[in-house]
Design a protein around this ligand. Structure first.
Ligand SMILES: [Zn+2]
Length: 101
């Protein structure tokens, strides 16, 4: 059972507006999704960087694509960066759109 994020009134989770204060719960959920999407997209876009660091042995070159570096993981950026960036922008638009309402 979730409570109203604004006044703490208990709710069944089905109604769109809080029965106590009239808070738009559905909009609040969209706001939350936007925040998660932008945060998740940001993390996803940069994911190969910690992987590259972690897979690089001590003293190795992180940018080397040979056997001694995590450079191959950095190529993952080519894939994750655009996807993460799109998720980040979509999430940000959802979030900002909701805040200004
Ligand atoms: Zn409320």
């Amino acid at each position: 059972m979730e409570n109203c994020p604004r006044c703490g009134e208990r709710r069944s989770g089905l109604e769109r507006f809080c029965v106590n204060c009239g808070w738009d719960i559905a909009a609040n959920r969209k706001n939350l999704v936007g925040r998660w999407l932008s945060g998740g997209g940001c993390l996803f876009a940069l994911l190969p960087i910690p992987i590259a660091i972690l897979t690089t042995p001590i003293g190795g070159n992180m940018f080397s694509t040979g056997g001694d570096g995590g450079g191959t993981a950095l190529f993952g950026l080519l894939l994750t960066l655009p996807i993460g960036a799109v998720a980040f922008v979509v999430g940000l638009v959802l979030w900002i759109n909701n805040r200004t309402k």
